[in-house]
Design a protein. Structure first.
Length: 95
């Protein structure tokens, strides 16, 4: 398990358990944001930085407010898969 810690850019899950519990299970797998390692002469802020890993979680139904407040992007699966609207209530949430 240690060899998997902090190495993944993306972890994908689906609603098989409560979202907070799932997050607790996978948080250690995601990359952590790192600061600049010296920067360059032009001051490019992104050089030497690694972005934080993200969770993409597929879920249907209602969400708790605490969960909704942390969503970076909410995409209905029908739109994502270019299907007729109303085919499913599922959506992909990006945290």
């Amino acid at each position: 398990r240690k060899k998997h810690g902090g190495v993944y850019d993306v972890v994908v899950g689906r609603s098989v358990t409560a979202l907070p519990r799932y997050c607790a299970w996978i948080t250690s797998l995601l990359k952590r944001k790192t600061g600049a390692s010296g920067g360059d002469v032009d001051g490019d802020e992104k050089q030497g930085r690694e972005e934080e890993g993200r969770l993409i979680y597929i879920i249907g139904g209602e969400l708790e407010e605490v969960v909704e407040s942390r969503i970076m992007k909410d995409m209905p699966l029908d739109r994502l898969l270019q299907r007729a609207e109303g085919t499913t209530d599922k959506r992909a949430l990006v945290f």
